[in-house]
Design a protein around this ligand. Structure first.
Ligand SMILES: Cc1cc2nc3c(=O)[nH]c(=O)nc-3n(C[C@H](O)[C@H](O)[C@H](O)COP(=O)(O)OP(=O)(O)OC[C@H]3O[C@@H](n4cnc5c(N)ncnc54)[C@H](O)[C@@H]3O)c2cc1C
Length: 403
């Protein structure tokens, strides 16, 4: 396995990135396959794992130093998330903390000074969390600008009414970054206008009795729960508006490319876990008096999946390095390309890992069926593969826009 691990180190890491890799590997060693298998089987949030990361300040990775954080950047977070997924935690382990890290930049970039001073040091110390982003709605789906949840100003407050779907980790968060329309779509010049971003205190709206949530049973990343949410006259203090009223969609777009690269790194880690499990089994299992890995019908697909995964990894890390140099449209091209390729290669890796396991490919004790379910999910979230291709078709190829 040592040989394979070094073969997977196809990108050159900086000193800072290597430090992150080492520290995260050490933490993950305490959470082995059995831990993740059980979290998945029981559909239990990995509280111990998340608490460990929070206590050591990893959830506040993107909090700037002046607010008590380590001031890391996406360059370090891609390594962190790849390692977490590759450790055997898979996409679920990464998703358990993904929001906690990537809901920080909107506060840093657009929050008022009072909001930053109150929140960021607590996030850095792991004493508070913003694990949830509430964007998706049943009637809008991928067409996010068609959201209908409304926020109406009433004195010192906004009143929130509407419904959200698929919002993750609401059971494990103190705050939700909620997207709502302050001006209806029919009244704005551009559909991206009129959407605002709010910091919503979950305990507060729950105590008002103006909020309901229901968990959605699902087949992948069962340990990380996703919810349908209903807001009926939920009151949020006006000072909890993040940034400028009506500019929330642009504020989300601002951090989207970096977040997409981190998702891509999570897919790479998941693919690596699958390849390692597949290779391990192919070396061990003997049928017809030889290890099954000697058969090219098993060896070649594993080698092919490895080559595709490593190529995708180059794209992910290359795009991460250049994200601030490129203009937004080209950064978007690179980020969507990275997410698309990483999800496809994670899926390919998980599929051959299952095949190499024969009947045990579907046995829970071998984990590859879990990786397979998760890899399938990565082709749907946070953006579907089709929408990523739409972006490339329009912004890289110059084809007419369909979305
Ligand atoms: C486990 C999970 C966790 C999630 N967590 C969150 C969260 O925390 N916060 C949040 O806001 N959202 C979350 N989501 C929502 C997720 O972002 C959406 O499910 C995703 O963006 C797709 O939207 P949809 O499900 O409505 O699919 P739809 O938009 O209904 O699309 C259905 C299908 O049609 C295709 N399609 C639609 N339009 C086009 C087009 N123009 N061209 C080509 N194909 C098209 C899509 O690619 C897809 O295959 C989560 C979803 C899941 C499953």
């Amino acid at each position: 396995m040592g040989q394979l691990l070094s073969a997977m180190q196809t990108v050159e890491l900086s000193e800072g990135q290597r430090l992150v890799q080492k520290s995260i590997r050490e933490i993950c060693e305490d959470f082995g396959d059995e831990y993740w298998r059980e979290r998945d089987r029981r559909e239990e949030y990995p509280t111990e794992f998340v608490d460990t990361l929070a206590e050591e300040g990893w959830l506040g990775a993107l909090v700037p130093e002046e607010y008590g954080g380590p001031g890391m950047t996406t360059s370090e977070v891609v390594v962190m998330m790849e390692e977490i997924a590759a450790s055997g935690g898979g996409f679920a382990a990464a998703q358990a903390i993904h929001g906690g890290i990537y809901n920080v930049p909107p506060i840093v970039n657009y929050g008022s000074e009072a909001m930053k001073e109150d929140l960021l040091p607590r996030l850095a110390r792991g004493e508070a969390s913003i694990q949830s982003l509430g964007l998706t709605e049943p009637n809008a789906g991928s067409d996010s600008t068609s959201i209908e949840t409304s926020a109406t100003r009433d004195g010192d407050e906004y009143v929130i009414d509407g419904q959200k779907i698929w919002i993750s980790r609401v059971d494990a968060t103190d705050y939700i970054v909620l997207m709502a329309r302050t001006t209806p779509k029919s009244e704005v010049e551009k559909r991206t206008q009129g959407i605002s971003m709010f910091l919503v205190d979950v305990d507060d709206i729950q105590s008002q009795g103006s909020f309901e949530m229901r968990s959605i049973p699902k087949t992948a990343t069962g340990a990380v729960h996703s919810y349908e949410l209903w807001f009926e006259g939920a009151r949020v203090p006006a000072e909890n508006l993040i940034g400028e009223e009506g500019r929330g969609f642009y504020q989300v777009l601002d951090g989207l490319n970096e977040e997409r690269l981190v998702i891509a790194a999570e897919c790479i880690g998941l693919g690596e876990a699958a390849i390692m499990a597949g290779v391990d089994y192919a070396n061990d299992r003997e049928v017809f008096d030889r290890p099954i890995g000697k058969n090219q019908a098993i060896q070649h697909p594993l080698a092919e999946a490895f080559a595709h995964l490593m190529a995708a990894k180059q794209v992910v890390y290359g795009a991460t390095e250049r994200i601030h140099d490129a203009d937004r449209s080209m950064a978007g091209v690179q980020a969507n390309m990275a997410k698309y390729l990483a999800a496809e290669s994670a899926f390919e890796a998980a599929d051959i890992a299952v095949q190499a396991h024969g009947g045990f490919g579907v046995a829970r004790e071998y984990d590859v069926e879990r990786y397979m379910r998760e890899a399938r999910l990565t082709r749907l979230v946070p953006i579907t593969q089709e929408l990523a291709l739409n972006y490339l078709g329009t912004n890289a190829l110059g084809l007419p826009r369909s979305y």
